[in-house]
Every structure is written in structure tokens, then in C-alpha cells.
Ligand binder design. Structure first.
Ligand SMILES: Cc1cc2nc3c(=O)[nH]c(=O)nc-3n(C[C@H](O)[C@H](O)[C@H](O)COP(=O)(O)O)c2cc1C
Length: 433
């Protein structure tokens, strides 16, 4: 019997992904004080590349060193020559070489944090409009970008994609999801503009579509270009599942090789299967709640309009769930995140049929008592402690892999939460930009 997970996938650009498993983007936090790649990226990605997945996507690489997602980001800021000098490029090349030793693809995720850039990393975030992220006081009011700045950023995405290609990455992904800059332009909540970059869906999608267009033109027809897009923001009045279908139609003409489907943002962290403020939330469909993968229902609708291959990411934890998703044709690739932090060889073991179920530590990481602190809690703060604590826990597993150590599965979530803040704040204090 042929194993559906082991089948290669030929992309429209001609590149072939050796199997259907992908490690989705996970921000590593391993950059140095000048936001460059380090030996720790090399160690982490070698371990992952040896782990059998056909495709790996890097954590978000920032195109603006002044507006970052967290202090350990890698930034390639073409307006600042040291971020693209020989030393910075040599480090990217070492990262790409290590991350492809297993014969897999390694795509660079290219991103701008927009308004989701914490105060300790960025004094002045930017966005489509001056709509502040209201989350524990940690985010400053963004400045609305001028049109000339938007056009310059479109060019920067394309320049960084070229650098990715030149330094050995085998593809790129434009981060259009999760509330970061491109995603915030898509949402009527955060985009209140009345010029050509706001208002109608076509206008709100203009930044994303022009970016993809510029990236494709810059890297050529034979290099994989992907977009990560929300199926829905899950916020009342925000970017909706109907909007998503419209954006996919706009992207159909842009020669994409893979559309990755995700959902949510900092206010509604549905990408991780969690929710935020109840009064703000669009409820997920009942049919979605019973499925292991969070966005599969949405993917089925997207599939009907999308003309490019698709990947669904979020919640896949069983072979049966993955095989069923491939069999329906609602996805061509299976995106996995957290299992790779605890078990870097999870893809190899799935493909060798050594395991049928993946580790799902996220289900055990919540603080007790459950009533108060569970994902169903009506209070935002405990929910956020749970979200960020679990994130911190996964960051620390990546940290350990990057230091050549085994993951520590017995580590407590609260300790991880404290360590995460301590690490990020001390890195922020050392930043030299
Ligand atoms: C520690 C961590 C870091 C993440 N960083 C990114 C990122 O840089 N870019 C991105 O698009 N998604 C990021 N994500 C989301 C993942 O790509 C993925 O969508 C999510 O983890 C759901 O997949 P899973 O249920 O298999 O973990 C991150 C998730 C985790 C847990």
C-alpha cells in the first residue's frame, strides 16, 4: 500500500517536495544582538532537517530591524547595509546548508511585525492605521504607514526573497497571517484607511497581492513562493472566512506554489487552538470543534476556489487525521508545528510507521485550577498566561535543541513563562540596531 504521507509533491514552479510533511514556521528567538543568524540556528535546523520532513519553513525573518516580533528575531533589512553584508550572508548560508542536509526544502518565512511588536522590542510600531493592540499594555499605538513607505516595504519583501535564494534557502513564504503587518491590512478592524490600501477587500488585500507579485518577479518562475493566510481572524467585524475566499481568488493569478492555511492573531490565538476575549470572538463552527485539525473545514471551502497547492497547519496529531485530510483533497501538505519542538524526528518516525500519534503536550500545559485558567476561562489574563506560558515552554525546547541538548519534557509551564520573559527582556536590553 502506498503511504499518502510519503508521496512527493510537484509544485507549479517545478520544485518537488519529497513528502507531505512540513515543519511550519516557528519563531526561534536565536538571533544575536544585531539580529543575525547564529550557530544555534545551524544546530537546530540540522537536527530538524535530519528528522525526515519534506519541507521546513523558518520562523519569521523580519524585513524591518526597527519593528520586530521579538528580540531574538533574524532581520534582513535591506535599508541597513550591515544586515546584508558578507558576514550576515555567510551566517544565512550556514543556516540554509544545515537546514537542507536531509534533502528537504527549506523556505524562509519573510515578515513584518506591524503593530504586533512589543514595547520592549520596538518604540514605534507601524500599521495600516493607528489602531493599538490592547494586550496587557505591552503594545504601543502604531503609526499609520504612508503610501511611499508601503511601496518601499513591498520592494523590501522582494529584496529579502532574492537574498534568501542567493544564500541557499530553497523557497520563500510571505507571512500574510496572524495579525502581523500584511494581515493587519486585510482586517477592517485594524485597517481604517480611505486610500487605495483600505476600504474594499481588494484595497485591503493590495499590500499582500503586490508583495507576492513583486516577490515572484524578483525570484523568477522556478523558485517556490508561498503565502501563509488566515482562514478567518475569528474577531467580530474582522477579516472573515468570506474575505479569505476573496483574497485567495486575488492570489490565484500570482503564481503561488503553496497556500498555507492558518487562523487567528494575538487577540484570538486560534492558530494554537486557543481563544482570547470572549466579547470579541467569532465562534468556531461546531463541525470544526470535533476535528483534530483546527482549520480543515475552512480549507475545504478554500480548496473550491484555490488554484494553487494547499497546506493546512494547526492541530494535526494523528496519522489517521492526516491521511483523511489528504484523501479528501482539502490539503496537499500537512503542516506541523509544536510536535517538532519536543520530537525533532517526528516526521521520520511517522514515515517509518513507528508511530501513529504525535505528542500533544499543549493539552497538558495549562495551569490549574482548570475552571479559572482553562481555555474556556472568561478572564483574559489567565488565558494569556496559558498561551504565553505554553509558547515559552516550546521556545525553551527549541533553545535546548539549538544547544545540542535533548528536550526537557518534565519542565513546568510556569517556570517556562518566567524564563521566556526574562530571556526576551534581557535580549531586548542587549539589542544593537
Ligand atoms: C513556539 C511557536 C512559534 C511560532 N512562530 C511562528 C512564526 O514565526 N510564524 C508563523 O507563521 N507561525 C508561527 N507559529 C504557528 C505555527 O506555525 C503553527 O501554525 C501552530 O503552531 C499550529 O500548528 P501545531 O498545532 O502543529 O503546533 C508558531 C507556533 C509556535 C508554537
Amino acid at each position: 500500500m502506498t503511504d499518502p504521507l510519503a508521496q512527493p509533491l510537484r509544485l507549479p514552479c517545478g520544485a518537488v517536495i519529497p513528502n507531505r510533511l512540513c515543519k511550519a514556521a516557528m519563531t526561534e528567538g536565536l538571533g544575536d544582538a544585531q539580529l543575525r543568524a547564529t550557530d544555534r540556528h545551524v544546530r537546530l535546523y540540522r537536527a530538524w532537517s535530519e528528522g525526515g520532513a519534506g519541507l521546513h519553513i523558518t520562523g519569521n525573518v523580519m524585513i524591518d530591524r526597527h519593528v520586530i516580533e521579538r528580540p531574538g528575531n533574524v532581520a534582513i533589512d535591506t535599508s541597513h547595509p550591515p544586515s546584508v553584508d558578507a558576514e550576515a550572508r555567510a551566517r544565512l548560508m550556514a543556516w540554509a546548508a544545515a537546514g537542507t542536509v536531509g534533502g528537504n526544502g527549506l523556505w524562509m518565512q519573510i515578515s513584518h511585525a506591524g503593530r504586533q511588536s512589543p514595547r520592549y522590542a520596538t518604540r514605534q510600531p507601524v500599521g495600516p492605521s493607528e489602531v493599538q493592540l490592547d494586550l496587557m499594555g505591552n503594545y504601543a499605538r502604531p503609526r499609520a504607514l504612508r503610501e511611499d513607505e508601503i511601496l518601499a516595504l513591498v520592494q523590501r519583501f522582494a529584496d529579502v526573497a532574492v537574498i534568501a535564494r542567493e544564500t541557499g534557502f530553497t523557497g520563500v513564504q510571505v507571512h500574510g497571517a496572524h495579525g502581523y503587518l500584511l494581515s493587519s491590512f486585510l482586517s477592517p478592524i485594524t485597517n481604517r484607511r480611505t486610500d487605495a490600501w483600505g476600504g474594499s477587500l481588494q484595497n485591503r488585500a493590495r499590500f499582500l497581492v503586490e508583495t507576492v507579485h513583486a516577490v515572484r518577479k524578483a525570484v523568477g518562475a522556478d523558485f517556490p513562493v508561498s503565502v501563509k493566510l488566515n482562514s478567518d481572524d475569528f474577531r467580530k467585524g474582522g477579516f472573515s472566512s468570506a474575505d479569505c475566499l476573496g483574497v485567495v481568488q486575488l492570489l490565484n493569478g500570482e503564481g503561488l506554489d503553496l497556500l498555507e492555511v492558518s487562523g487567528g492573531n494575538y487577540e484570538q490565538p486560534r492558530l494554537l487552538g486557543m481563544s482570547g476575549r470572549d466579547d470579541d470572538a467569532v465562534q468556531v463552527r461546531e463541525s470544526t470543534k470535533v476535528r483534530e485539525a483546527y482549520f480543515l473545514d475552512y480549507a475545504a471551502a478554500i480548496r473550491r476556489v484555490a488554484r494553487m497547492p494547499m497546506m493546512v497547519t494547526g492541530g494535526f496529531r494523528t496519522r489517521a487525521g492526516m491521511e483523511a485530510a489528504l484523501a479528501t483533497g482539502d490539503t496537499d501538505m500537512i503542516g506541523l508545528g509544536r510536535p517538532f519542538c519536543t520530537h525533532p524526528d517526528v516526521a521520520r518516525r511517522l514515515l517509518a510507521r513507528e508511530i501513529d500519534e504525535l505528542p500533544a503536550f499543549e493539552r497538558r500545559l495549562h495551569l490549574r485550577p482548570r475552571g479559572l485558567l482553562s481555555p474556556a476561562s472568561p478572564w483574559l489574563l489567565p488565558k494569556m498566561v496559558n498561551v504565553l506560558g505554553a509558547q515559552g515552554w516550546y521556545y525553551q525546547q527549541m533553545d535546548r535543541l539549538a544547544d545540542g541538548r535533548a528536550p526537557d519534557l518534565s519542565r513546568g509551564m510556569l517556570r517556562s513563562f518566567v524564563r521566556y520573559w526574562w530571556n526576551d527582556l534581557s535580549k531586548a536590553a542587549r539589542l544593537r540596531r
